[in-house]
Ligand binder design. Structure first.
Ligand code: SF4
Length: 171
């Protein structure tokens, strides 16, 4: 479900830092998900789709760790405006560290340019926020940075960082 530009970024990171990123996979393949929930679940129930394809696999993976580090920032969305730098993650039951919580978008890009860091090339094509292919589009002039995610729906978070339950979702 990832863009080829996202996969290309993973390849550049692997090469530049000589590390092997671990791909966390959902329990159900796309075919298996379609068998159980019909085709294109993301168009009818994106919260359930995110639960199956993001929250459950992430939760299973994090069971083996005491802490995780996230790149989220307070300036990204209103729901993230109070993100602590270090906190207890109630959802996944481990420590969560967000070292960029206080950074602004401008600070991030200055750092990326100054050090020639690898980044997703979609950011150069009006995709300020990148997720799964069916739920991400480029933004138009005047739109907010997250207007391209789940466009046309009320959904604003996948649930990894801000609990869908706390946002009022009925999973
Ligand atoms: S972002 Fe879209 S396709 Fe990806 S898991 Fe969520 S609803 Fe499904």
């Amino acid at each position: 479900m990832l863009f080829e530009e996202t996969l290309a970024l993973v390849a550049r990171i692997r090469e530049r830092y000589a590390i092997e990123p671990i791909a966390v996979q959902p329990r159900l393949s796309l075919t298996g998900q379609a068998d159980l929930y019909d085709e294109a679940l993301w168009t009818r129930n994106p919260d359930l789709c995110c639960k199956l394809r993001k929250l459950e696999p992430q939760g299973a993976f994090l069971q083996h760790y005491d802490a995780w580090i996230s790149g989220i920032r307070r300036d990204q969305t209103k729901a993230r405006s109070l993100v602590p730098v270090v906190t207890w993650d109630d959802q996944f039951e481990l420590v969560k560290v967000s070292p960029f919580a206080r950074w602004t978008e401008e600070m991030v890009w200055r750092y990326v340019r100054a050090r020639d860091l690898p980044y997703n090339e979609l950011h150069d094509r009006q995709f300020p926020s990148v997720g799964c292919t069916p739920c991400t589009r480029s933004i138009r002039p005047g739109e907010g940075l997250h207007a391209g995610r789940w466009a046309g729906s009320e959904k604003i978070e996948c649930g990894l960082h801000v609990s869908l339950v706390s946002l009022g979702s009925a999973l």
